[in-house]
Design a protein around this ligand. Structure first.
Ligand SMILES: Cc1cc2nc3c(=O)[nH]c(=O)nc-3n(C[C@H](O)[C@H](O)[C@H](O)COP(=O)(O)O)c2cc1C
Length: 332
């Protein structure tokens, strides 16, 4: 079909000039319960799964079942894959598209040593030729847009331009840049100047990722880098309304966050916990989100360690103890 039309329309501006807003993939944090909770609050255009690791001997049919195309319907959910073998990666991409994936994203950024040791994730940034080969194999294997998410380099940025050009030449539809190297981890500030350089170098759209925590940050990234769309990760965990707030800064229509949406976020989050999760895992998951949200402002910050060290008899108890604090701090 229509892949041409889809490719053209996957990123857009709304009628007020707000660019596409993307929820970032976040392995270990942005899982299905989180994505569904975020979708209940809304405000973003596109989301992406955390990486699905594809070893060269992958059993594609069973691995691909982890992806659910309608997970946050009607918001499209890209499937992100990570690996270093073009053949198994292409097989996996085809299987995911057969399951309804509207977009395949190639992970070229994961810094984990177990991953990079096998030549995948950010390791691909050491070998632009292999990056090209894998991305081109994906583009050939599927008729939906293929995209790639890159860090700025592995140990340094000496191959920055080569990697960007290799990705573009493979035929991908857009590229997301998280401008830190693998060695940087998440430490130093994201180098937005590199997003600006990517925009100047490439003709495909560039999505900017890294350190957008406020509406002002979103506007500054757009202004300083000229990027085509924004992807937000940790800022959205901290403030699930961030996408609405950014959108409303374009439309001029005030956005009012409500207590109902805070409750909806948590009830959706909890309702989507897998049944097999023991109580400890459930509470830890809630604490993980709280550890972000209680950083929103000084009012909340003062309760953070109390919330994180507290003991809770179950989800209900957690909500009974924690939501009143969040309500007070979020709506000051
Ligand atoms: C806990 C965590 C897990 C992440 N997992 C992934 C991942 O699976 N795939 C990926 O491409 N990026 C991953 N990232 C990177 C984010 O998508 C994003 O590019 C980065 O966090 C910078 O954006 P932010 O400052 O808005 O969080 C992860 C980041 C975090 C914090």
């Amino acid at each position: 079909m229509d892949s041409f039309i889809l490719k053209k329309s996957i990123l857009h501006k709304d009628i007020f000039g707000c660019p596409s807003l993307l929820l970032a993939p976040m392995e270990g944090v942005g899982d299905r319960p989180f994505r569904r909770a975020m979708a209940a609050v809304g405000g973003f255009d596109l989301a992406c799964t955390e990486f699905l690791r594809v070893p060269s001997n992958a059993h594609v049919p069973s691995l691909s079942k982890r992806y659910m195309a309608d997970e946050i319907s009607p918001i499209p959910l890209a499937a992100q894959i990570m690996g270093s073998d073009p053949v198994s990666m292409a097989d996996m991409a085809a299987a995911l598209v057969a399951r309804g994936a509207p977009q395949i994203d190639l992970n070229c950024g994961c810094p984990s040593n177990t991953v990079t040791g096998r030549g995948a994730g950010s390791s691909l940034l050491k070998t632009p030729d292999l990056l090209y080969e894998i991305a081109a194999a994906l583009v050939k294997a599927v008729d939906v847009p293929v995209t790639a998410k890159l860090r700025s380099g592995f140990a340094d940025i000496s191959l920055f331009r080569e990697n960007l050009l290799a990705a573009q030449e493979s035929g991908i539809s857009f590229l997301t840049l998280h401008p830190r190297t693998k060695l940087d981890g998440y430490g130093p500030p994201a180098r937005w100047d590199l997003i600006a350089q990517a925009k100047e170098l490439l003709s495909i759209p560039v999505v900017g990722s890294g350190d957008i925590l406020t509406v002002a940050d979103a506007h500054r990234m757009l202004r300083e880098t000229k990027c085509d769309a924004l992807m937000i990760g940790r800022g959205a965990v901290t403030n699930p309304w961030t996408f609405h707030e950014i959108r409303s800064s374009f439309s001029g229509q005030p956005f009012v966050k409500t207590l109902e949406s805070l409750h909806l976020f948590f009830s959706t989050f909890i309702a989507n916990f897998p049944e097999e999760w023991p109580l400890r895992t459930r509470i830890n998951k809630l604490k993980q989100i709280a550890s972000f949200q209680f950083r929103q402002n000084k009012e909340l910050e003062q309760f953070r360690s109390q919330v994180l060290t507290g003991s809770y008899a179950g989800e209900e108890d957690f909500l009974a103890q924690v939501l009143p604090l969040l309500e007070k701090g979020c709506f000051v």
